[in-house]
Design a protein around this ligand. Sequence first.
Ligand code: ZN
Length: 476
Amino acid sequence: MPLFGPPNIAQLEAKRDIQGLIKALSYRDPEIKIAAADALGPLGDPMAVEPLTALIRDEDPGVRRAAVRALSARGGVRVVEPLIAALQDHDPDVRSVAAQAVYRRMMTDPDQDARRETATALGRIKAADAVESLLRAIMDPDETVRVASVRSLASIGDVAAVGPLIVMLAHEQHRARASGRSSLAVERAAGQALDVLCDEKAVDALQTALGHDDVEVREMAIKRLARIDSPMVAEMLEAHLDDQDSIIRRSAARGLAEIGWEPPSDETGAHYWAALRDWRRCAECGTAAIPLLVAAFPRSQTHERSDIQAALVALNWQPSELDATAASFWAAQGNWDKCVEIGAPAVAVLDDIVKSAPGWRERVAAAAALKALGEERPAPFARLDLVQHALGVLDGEGADDEKRATLTSFLAEEHQFEPAGNQQVDWCQCGYPSTRILPDDTRELITDLLGFEQDGSNEPAYFCPSCDAPLPAAGT
Ligand SMILES: [Zn+2]
């Protein structure tokens, strides 16, 4: 140290004399050290980092605070460790300045390496106060910062992170669907963090997440909840068996099944089985099942409808309204007269059956009901009247020979084949008239008598309306 008086910090600063200011950091007077550190901070010179770092262990708390301020003003990855060290200073004022520097400044540092190293260090020292900053950082634009922040939240172990981590995971999944890109590293880290955090202490946080707008958030929350071994959990899952969202209802029921919950034979049990779409067991819970079955009926796929309908029949239920649900119910039972009675609300239901029922006889019956409602369609039967008549003969009394004779003369009257022109009728395996054979042995489908399906530009595909057999278009 020079013997001729203290360094003039103002002058050194004015001259931007970095070397002089660095030298002043080791002057014995704390006031000088503080002034030099404050002057060096905004200059951000890399040479100053090491001497400022040394001052983090200075005996004077004012000097330590000044060192923290100066390092934080410079930022960058090299200042992370000294600032983290200052977070654990024994002096509360130093800790407070360091906390501001780390949580506000370093977690938003323009250098992503600095943000990542800060996030990692906060987890290492299990900085309980860092949770808020880390929760902001899990949305950082840089993937490595997100991963580091998620891992640190898991190390700190505060359940406040549970909800935001679930929201973030849902966000990643939305992004994966929208853009085909997602961060597997972030998803994996978040999943592992939730594994660590979702214990009995997380029940309230998960309960809160169950109120989120996003159904995926709710689904993840309920799945996490179901893995927690606590008596409270069964109660909460039960409460979601009648959630407005079917995904949540199903997740709640599956969660209950996983924890070995026994469904009672009452309304709760009915909701449970309905959530799992086991309609027979749902009906076994008694009349409480009826509204659930009725609500599920019009929204179900055809194969499920017959199960639901059987369950409703088992409960002696009959529709009281003249609506589409009633039409579906009666149609599923083959009670077409009831469908006609219902009138306009039955039309869409009948149209659906006519277009897509697996059995062609059902399509014929639905088409007939539509016709009775004044809604005859050009497809899938060109001549519904002929189809109905032919089926009537086929299903009527009499020997096969007699039926063939009756059908042959009927087809001749209807000009579907010409006996005078040496044409003959050929029959489907079930005895239904399907083909005319010309004198040169050419075979033609009697298309007016068949059901057909046409997809776009292709030739229609023909089916026997009696036995559903597909019929080859033509040939010899
Ligand atoms: Zn047939």
